[in-house]
Design a protein around this ligand. Structure first.
Ligand SMILES: *[C@@H]1O[C@H](CO)[C@@H](O)[C@H](O)[C@H]1NC(C)=O
Length: 210
């Protein structure tokens, strides 16, 4: 009996030995796969891998959307690799907007640090629009994969941070998918019911062709 327990114990120990890994800091010199980056050798890992200064400064909002998203995903912040968590900084100048978009990889929580943000998402099941105006300290959650947006609805710059339940949420901006590539205009018109003139106008603004 005792020997049996001993055997079982050593089997469990061997199994957990393989599973126990405190972290998997991204080795950015290698290509990521579906599960993220390969791990850096633990002997090469330092405290710097678990800290990141890249969100300290405001992003540049001098652009077409008057807004900037500064990511700290696995590609920028190697320490989050394998942990199913990440964060980004959101700067919205007055009138700024993060256009309608989705993150295929994970859900998002927004926390407003400064200013006023109108945010919303649309359910996929019945296309209900869930809208909120958020002020300093307010948070909102955006479920994985759903279309959502954020607008600075105040008169001053807005600052927020968005965290994700994934090390890399991915990003698809609806307008970019439709108007910032070579998707033939007649097919965009056919598949969206938009006017050709409107499509050409948006392609002109965003740099789309065809
Ligand atoms: C912000 O971006 C604009 C447009 O690309 C550029 O002209 C400007 O120099 C940038 N500002 C800073 C502080 O980098």
């Amino acid at each position: 009996m005792y020997l049996q327990y001993l055997f079982l114990f050593s089997v469990l120990l061997a199994a957990s030995d393989a599973l126990v890994q405190d972290f998997c800091v991204a080795d950015l010199s290698l290509l990521p796969g579906p599960a993220g980056y390969p791990c850096k050798k633990p002997s090469k890992v330092t405290a710097d891998d678990f800290a990141y200064h890249g969100l300290a400064a405001a992003g540049n909002t001098t652009n077409i959307i008057s807004a900037a998203v500064t990511p700290a995903f696995d590609g920028q912040f190697p320490g989050v690799n394998g942990l199913g968590i990440s964060i980004a900084r959101l700067d919205l100048a007055a009138g700024g907007v993060i256009p309608l978009h989705t993150h295929p990889g994970g859900s998002e929580i927004l926390v407003v640090i400064q200013g006023t943000i109108c945010a919303g998402f649309i359910s996929s099941f019945d296309n209900v629009v869930y809208l909120k105006t958020l002020n300093k300290g307010d948070i909102m959650v955006f479920p994985q994969g759903l279309l959502h947006f954020q607008i600075n609805s105040g008169k001053t710059p807005a600052l927020g941070f968005v965290s994700f339940g994934t090390q890399n949420p991915g990003l698809q901006i609806t307008d970019f998918a439709l108007f910032k590539n070579d998707f033939p205009t007649e097919l965009v018109a056919k598949t969206t019911f938009l006017d050709v003139a409107q499509i050409k106008k948006l392609k002109g603004v965003l740099g789309g062709t065809n």
